[in-house]
Design a protein around this ligand. Structure first.
Ligand code: ADP
Ligand code: ZN
Length: 514
C-alpha cells in the first residue's frame, strides 16, 4: 500500500509499527512532530481494514485540500462539515453507506449530531482517527469543547480501533489525552521532538523590522520563509517594509479576503524565495519542504505555539533558522491581553502559565533545544547549534539592580500612591529631569538617580527579566509596574537575582550548522 498508493519506498520512524498495530485492531496514541508523517499512520490502515476510516479533524479549511490530494492518488475520500450544503452532504453520506469511500473526514461538531452517529452506525467503520488530539486538553493551548464528546466513541463503538495523533503535547497534556479519550488500553508511540536541523535563536528586540532585514540579507538571501506577527496591522506594515527593501514578501491574515489569501498561499507554495508575513492563521497543514527560516517579530503565546510555528521550517532536513525577537513590550502587551481576556479566572491562569513557560525559554542561559525538549517531557544534550550554545550568555548578579528598581516601584506605590510604566521608572533611576519627572516631583524621591550605572536599554532588560521571573508584574491598560509577593523577598534581601547579560552580537556563525 505504501508503494502502490503513496509511492514511497520505506516507512519513516515508527510509522510501520503504528500502521501494523492499528491494522491489527489496536488503539494508538501518537505523538509526532509536524512533518513526521502522521497521516500515513491512519490512511494506510483505513485502506487495509474493511470499511471506512473516519478522520476527526478541526481543520475544516483544509479538508477539501486533503481530500483532493487523496483523490489524486486514487483514494476514495470525502468529507462532511459545515461548509457544505444539504445536497453535497447527502452525496457523501450515500457514498459512505454504499461502501464507496476509503476515508471520511469529519469536523468534530458533526460527530456530536445524533444523525451523524446514526449514519456511522448504518455503514462500516474501519477505524477512528482523532487528529490534533491535543484539542481535547483543557490545559493545553488549543482546547476545543467539541473534542470532549469524542470520549463517547469508545462506548458506542468498543470494537473499532482508535488512533489519536498530535504534534504537540507536554507530559500533562499527553496524559490528559489518554484519559479524556478513554485510551487507557492504547499503545503510546512517542517520537522525538528534536528537530536537529533547526537553529533556534532568540534575540532582544530593538528595531524589529531592521533586525529582520539584516537577518534576511546576511543569512537568507533568496530563501523562502515565514515571518509571524501578532496583529494584522503589523503584518501589513512588515510586508510593505520588506517589499520596499527589495525582498519579495506577501501578507497573510484573516482580514484579507479568501481569494487573496488563497492566491498568496498558492504562490508561496509554488515559487521559490518568497517570504510570507502572517498571523498565526497561516501555516496549518502547509507542507512546503524548503522553508529556510521562520521569524517571529512578536512573542508567541505558548511554547506549543512556538514549537508548531518554528516546526514549519526545514521539513526537508536541511539547515534552517528559527529566529525570534523579543522585548519588554511583548511581556507588557501579553500580560494585558491575558488580564482583559474573556473567560474565567482559571482560563486566565492557564494563559498565564503558558506565557511563563515561553518567557522561561526566552530568558534561559542554557541550550534552547534542551529547554524545548524538556518542556515536552523529553531529554537532550546541549546541541551546539542554538544561540545560547554558540555564544553562552553571561549571567550577572542583578540583586542590587533589582532592589533599586523594585524599591522605586515600592516608593511610588506606597509613598505616592502612584503607578507608572517602565519608561518613567527608568527615567527616575537614571536621574533624568524630564517634564513628567518634575511635574510629579519624582526628582525628590530618594531613589532618583541611583541607577546611573546602567543604560536605558539595560534597565529595560532588567525589567523584562524581572517580569519573566515573576518578581514584578504589569497591570492595567497602561502597562504600569507593580510589585508581586516575590518582590518582597528581593527587597528584604532574602533572595538573589541572577540576570542574563544581553548579548550584543546576535549573529551566530554560519559554519556551526550541521
Ligand atoms: P504530519 O501530519 O505529521 O505533519 P504528514 O503526514 O503531512 O506529516 O507528512 C509530512 C510529509 O512527509 C508529507 O509530504 C508526506 O507525504 C511525507 N511522508 C510521510 N511519510 C513518508 C514516507 N514514509 N516516506 C516519504 N515521505 C513521507
Ligand atoms: Zn543548544
Amino acid at each position: 500500500m505504501l508503494r502502490r498508493v503513496f509511492g514511497y519506498d520505506s516507512f519513516r520512524g515508527e510509522q510501520e509499527a503504528i500502521v501494523e498495530h492499528v491494522i491489527g485492531g489496536g488503539d494508538a496514541l501518537v505523538l509526532m512532530p509536524t512533518g513526521g508523517g502522521k497521516s500515513l499512520c491512519y490512511q494506510i490502515p483505513s485502506l487495509v481494514r474493511p470499511g471506512v476510516g473516519v478522520v476527526i479533524s478541526p481543520l475544516i479549511a483544509l479538508m477539501q485540500d486533503q481530500v483532493d490530494a487523496l483523490r489524486a492518488l486514487g483514494v476514495r475520500a470525502g468529507f462532511l462539515n459545515s461548509t457544505q450544503d444539504h445536497q453535497q452532504r447527502r452525496e457523501v453520506e450515500q457514498a459512505f453507506l454504499a461502501g464507496e469511500l476509503d476515508l471520511l473526514y469529519l469536523a468534530p461538531e458533526r460527530l456530536r449530531l445524533e444523525s451523524t452517529a446514526e449514519l456511522l452506525g448504518r455503514g462500516k467503520v474501519a477505524l477512528f482517527a482523532i487528529d490534533e488530539a491535543h484539542c481535547v486538553s483543557q490545559w493545553g493551548h488549543d482546547f476545543r469543547p467539541d473534542y470532549l464528546a469524542l470520549s463517547e466513541l469508545h462506548e458506542r463503538w468498543p470494537d473499532i480501533p482508535r488512533i489519536a495523533l498530535t504534534a504537540t503535547a507536554t507530559e500533562a497534556t499527553h496524559a490528559e489525552i489518554a484519559t479524556r479519550l478513554n485510551l487507557t488500553e492504547a499503545r503510546h508511540f512517542v517520537a522525538s521532538f528534536d528537530r536537529p536541523n533547526i537553529q533556534y535563536r532568540i534575540v532582544p528586540k530593538n528595531s524589529p523590522q531592521k533586525q529582520l532585514l539584516e537577518l534576511l540579507r546576511t543569512e537568507h538571501a533568496g530563501d523562502s520563509g515565514i515571518v509571524y506577527c501578532l496583529s494584522r496591522a503589523s503584518v501589513e506594515k512588515t510586508a510593505d517594509f520588506l517589499v520596499q527593501n527589495g525582498i519579495p514578501a506577501l501578507p497573510y491574515h484573516a482580514g484579507l479576503d479568501s481569494r487573496t489569501r488563497a492566491a498568496n498561499q498558492a504562490r508561496f507554495l509554488r515559487e521559490d524565495g518568497l517570504v510570507v508575513v502572517a498571523t498565526i492563521a497561516f501555516g496549518m497543514g502547509i507542507d512546503k519542504p524548503d522553508v529556510r527560516f521562520v521569524a517571529h517579530l512578536d512573542l508567541p503565546k505558548s511554547v506549543e505555539g512556538y514549537y508548531q510555528e518554528t516546526g514549519r521550517a526545514g521539513r526537508d532536513g536541511l539547515p534552517s533558522t528559527a529566529w525570534l525577537a523579543y522585548g519588554l513590550q511583548d511581556v507588557v502587551q501579553q500580560r494585558k491581553m491575558i488580564d482583559t481576556s474573556e473567560g474565567d479566572a482559571a482560563h486566565r491562569r492557564r494563559l498565564s502559565t503558558h506565557l511563563d513557560a515561553m518567557l522561561a525559554l526566552c530568558e534561559t542561559v542554557n541550550c534552547r533545544r534542551v529547554q524545548l525538549l524538556n518542556y515536552f517531557g523529553q531529554s537532550g544534550e546541549p546541541c551546539g547549534n542554538c544561540d545560547t550554545c554558540l555564544a553562552p550568555p553571561e549571567s550577572w548578579d542583578g540583586t542590587v539592580a533589582a532592589q533599586k528598581l523594585l524599591s522605586t516601584v515600592y516608593r511610588l506605590q506606597h509613598e505616592r500612591r502612584q503607578k507608572f510604566g517602565a519608561g518613567q521608572i527608568i527615567d527616575i533611576l537614571l536621574g533624568k529631569r524630564t517634564p513628567k519627572v518634575t511635574q510629579h516631583r519624582h526628582d525628590e524621591l530618594t531613589v532618583f538617580g541611583v541607577g546611573a550605572e546602567l543604560g536605558e536599554g539595560e534597565w529595560r532588560g532588567v525589567i523584562r527579566q524581572l517580569l519573566a521571573q515573576g518578581l514584578l508584574a504589569v497591570e492595567g491598560d497602561y502597562g504600569t509596574l507593580v510589585l508581586t509577593e516575590a518582590s518582597g523577598e528581593v527587597l528584604g534581601r532574602k533572595r538573589e537575582v541572577r540576570l542574563r547579560r544581553e548579548v550584543k552580537r546576535e549573529r551566530a556563525p554560519r559554519e556551526a550548522k550541521p
